[in-house]
Design a protein around this ligand. Structure first.
Ligand code: ATP
Ligand code: MG
Length: 443
């Protein structure tokens, strides 16, 4: 136990909602502790992403205390207490449920599929993943409780699993990804004993639910430390469990252009997160899977498939394949395929096609992607520069740039072009919906 005067975690750093939950539990005679990532991050002087509370009150008892509360989860029952945009997750202390197989604790092939046996705070600590994630801040006396050596690891900047790593990974293979993610996020090392089983246990991730892997990908790649996560996953040999095709493509990347594209894609997303701008998973998945889709589209084209169809088919195949491991929701899947399918269209510079592409709802994402590809060849870089300039021009200027050289008499040009441009614009706009539904009409 670390008393209040020996740690730096102060109530001022705790969100209003979390404090309210802690005090309400305490006033009702229950135990209320902040736990997990929030305690870890506050002790490290970082701003927590969210605040989790652990208590000896059951979910039903928690619900009775708060009007703004709903119970969620079957596998893992929890209470969510809602304060406007803030959600405080309140979990009842869990026991280990060792050896027990019942309605409330269910294990299949070593995997925990249901975990609703209540227990003591000490038991709750040991079933958490890393020692640094098992620290509690007790609202009763403002002390920090460390049952497993978490403080020591915080000081060493090391992630150590609680218990035997192989057993813990069999219980839940996603813990391997969490190790890589937290090492990336916090700049910690992974204890060699926790990292050694990645080689043999990595394949267990194939059995993890694809929807959960997508959630984990979002946490890894879209929370501001995507580049570090990507590098860590590669280094740990875990990326191939999620995106085997991407890792194969990186192995064939003699020029290093693909690696550069990926790193810049992640770095750009991290920069956007840092600036508080919105980010979409679609762009990053387009980046991650590019090394697969591009050669496949080329191959299909070489076999005689027309370009636009080749891109559509390649995109479709790659997405279907990726979905077996990580299930990417359809709304993102469509966007990803469109970003890819628009790439060959940047090479088409007729006036009609240029204006159509500029008006395409996915133009911006596809253009950002084109810029990432600059390292592929001088032609691609040149294309990126051309489209960058095209966007700075007024429609009339752009139209003039694209006008056939035969547009002879100055009088004709000034009269005819703006009118032509207006007409094209209207047409481009009118086709928007159609273009989105049927990505590309064949040449
Ligand atoms: P972040 O700051 O990125 O949210 P976190 O450690 O808080 O990291 P959460 O997913 O919010 O991650 O989980 C909260 C806490 O729940 C963890 O700190 C850990 O104690 C526990 N936990 C989460 N996932 C697992 C797991 N798979 N196995 C065991 N304990 C887990
Ligand atoms: Mg958290």
């Amino acid at each position: 136990m670390i008393p209040r005067d020996q740690h730096n975690l102060s109530r001022k750093q705790i969100s209003r909602g979390a404090l309210k939950v802690l005090y309400t539990l305490k006033d009702a005679g229950f135990r209320g502790c902040l736990v997990g990532g929030a305690v870890r991050d506050l002790l490290l002087g970082r701003k927590p992403k969210d605040f989790d509370v652990a208590t000896d009150a059951t979910p039903e008892e928690v619900r009775k205390l708060f009007r703004n509360c709903r119970l969620i989860g079957r596998r893992f029952r929890l209470a969510h207490v809602i304060f406007g945009p803030e959600i405080v997750e309140v979990a009842t202390f869990r026991g280990t449920g060792d050896g027990e197989d019942s309605e409330d604790h269910h294990v299949v092939d070593g995997r925990i599929v249901r975990d609703n046996v209540w227990g003591t705070i000490e038991e709750d600590a040991v079933r958490r993943d890393f020692r640094v994630n098992a620290l509690y801040y007790d609202i009763a006396d403002f002390s920090v409780l460390d049952f497993v050596g978490g403080i020591e690891d915080l000081e060493r900047k090391e992630l150590r699993l609680i218990g035997d790593p192989v057993t813990r990974y069999h219980e839940d293979p996603v813990r391997m990804l969490r190790a890589a993610r937290l090492a990336a996020k916090l700049g910690f090392t992974i204890d060699p004993a926790a990292a050694a089983p990645f080689r043999d246990c990595g394949a267990l991730l194939a059995e993890a639910p694809p929807a959960r892997l997508f959630d984990e990908c979002q946490k890894m790649f879209l929370a501001g430390y995507g580049l570090a996560s990507f590098r860590k996953l590669l280094e740990c040999g875990l990326l191939r469990q999620l995106f085997p095709g991407a890792v194969r493509a990186l192995a064939n990347d003699a020029s290093g252009a693909l690696r550069t594209l990926m790193e810049q894609g992640f770095a750009g997303t991290d920069a956007r997160v840092a600036e508080g701008r919105p980010v979409t998973p679609a762009f990053l998945f387009a980046v991650l899977l590019w090394g697969e889709v591009e050669p496949l589209a080329r191959q299909l084209h070489a076999e005689g498939v027309p370009p636009s169809l080749a891109w559509q088919r390649a995109g479709h195949r790659v997405m279907a394949d990726a979905g077996k491991r990580v299930s990417i929701p359809h709304r993102f899947g469509y966007a990803i395929e469109e970003i890819w399918a628009l790439q060959p269209r940047f090479a088409e510079r007729t006036r009609k096609r240029v204006f159509r592409l500029l008006a395409h709802p996915r133009f911006r994402a596809a253009y950002d992607f084109l810029l990432l590809r600059a390292g592929e060849s001088d032609a691609v870089r040149g294309s990126g520069e051309w489209w960058t300039r095209a966007q700075t021009l007024a429609p009339e200027e752009l139209s003039a740039l694209l006008a056939p050289r035969t547009a002879a008499k100055p009088g004709d040009t000034t009269d005819a072009k703006p009118a032509g441009t207006r007409r094209r614009h209207r047409r481009g706009g009118g086709r928007r919906k159609k273009a989105a539904a049927t990505p590309e009409t064949p040449e």
